[in-house]
Design a protein around this ligand. Structure first.
Ligand SMILES: CC(C)(COP(=O)(O)OP(=O)(O)OC[C@H]1O[C@@H](n2cnc3c(N)ncnc32)[C@H](O)[C@@H]1OP(=O)(O)O)[C@@H](O)C(=O)NCCC(=O)NCCS
Length: 212
C-alpha cells in the first residue's frame, strides 16, 4: 500500500474513533477520553483511554472540595458554584447531584447538576471542574454527557447553565458549546459593570439530543 493510502486510512480510522468517542456515555459508567494531549511525541495519536464516571460518594467529600477549591480558586463566582456541591454532599437529592472521575486516590473530574425544583423537566448544570493535569482529554465532555443522560432518564427535557461572561470561563464556554449547549439569553452588567451573565441551554429531547 502506498504511503498516501496508509496515511489516509489512518486519518479515516482516527475520525471514526473520534466520532465514537463523542457519543453519549451511560449516565454512570465507562467513558473514553483522549490520550492525544499526553502523547507529546505523536500528538495526533488517536488512542482513547477508558475512565469511570461514578456518583459522588460521602467518602469523596474532602477530595471533591479540594478539587473544586483548586480549580475555582478565588474566582468571585466560586461561592455560588460551591454551594450546590455542598448540597450534593449533604444529601442525594434530585436538586443537587454530582458525578466524579477518580484517579488513584484523588478526583480529577467533578460535575454538579440537578433538577430545578418546581419546573417540570428542567435540569441544570452548576459547574464542571477538571484537574489541571487532566484537561483536554474529554473528561469534562464525558461528565456533561453523563449528567445529561442522568437528567434525561429522570424525565429532563432540557438543561440550563448560567455562566458569568468572565474571560477565565472562556474554556468552560467552549466545552459547553461543543457539548451542544446554545446561548439562550444574557443579562448585561449582572456580575459587575461590563460583565454579564449568559444562559446556555441544551435540549435533551428533540433536535440536538446527541444521544444522552
Ligand atoms: C473548562 C474545563 C472544565 C474543561 O475540561 P476539559 O476536560 O479540559 O474539557 P474537554 O477535554 O472535554 O474539552 C472538550 C472541548 O472543549 C473545548 N475546550 C476545552 N477547554 C478549552 C479551553 N481552555 N479553551 C478553548 N477550548 C476549550 C475544546 O474544543 C475541547 O476539545 P479539544 O480538546 O479536542 O480541542 C476545565 O478547563 C476546567 O476545569 N476549568 C476550570 C473550571 C471551570 O472554569 N469550570 C467551569 C465552570 S462552569
Amino acid at each position: 500500500m502506498s504511503r498516501a493510502r496508509i496515511l489516509f486510512a489512518r486519518f479515516v480510522m482516527r475520525e471514526i474513533r473520534r466520532a465514537r468517542g463523542m457519543r453519549a456515555v451511560p449516565s454512570v459508567g465507562r467513558a473514553h477520553v483522549s490520550l492525544a494531549r499526553l502523547c507529546s511525541r505523536v500528538p495526533w495519536f488517536p488512542m482513547r483511554a477508558p475512565v469511570t464516571v461514578r456518583p459522588l460518594a460521602p467518602l469523596d467529600s474532602a477530595a471533591a472540595r479540594a478539587l473544586a477549591d483548586t480549580v475555582l480558586g478565588d474566582a468571585p463566582y466560586a461561592p455560588s458554584m460551591l454551594a450546590p456541591l455542598d448540597g450534593a454532599l449533604r444529601s442525594d437529592s434530585e436538586e443537587y447531584r454530582a458525578l466524579v472521575v477518580g484517579e488513584h486516590t484523588a478526583l480529577i473530574g467533578l460535575i454538579v447538576f440537578g433538577a430545578t425544583v418546581g419546573a417540570l423537566g428542567a435540569g441544570r448544570i452548576y459547574f464542571v471542574a477538571v484537574d489541571g493535569r487532566a484537561r483536554r482529554r474529554g473528561l469534562a465532555t464525558a461528565l456533561i454527557e453523563a449528567a445529561c443522560a442522568e437528567l434525561r432518564s429522570r424525565g429532563g427535557r432540557f438543561v440550563a447553565m448560567e455562566m458569568p461572561e468572565e474571560p477565565r470561563l472562556d474554556g468552560a464556554r467552549a466545552v459547553a458549546l461543543r457539548a451542544g449547549f446554545r446561548p439562550e439569553g444574557r443579562v448585561s452588567d449582572y456580575v459587575r459593570e461590563g460583565v454579564g451573565l449568559a444562559f446556555l441551554r441544551r435540549d435533551l429531547v428533540g433536535s440536538h439530543d446527541s444521544g444522552c
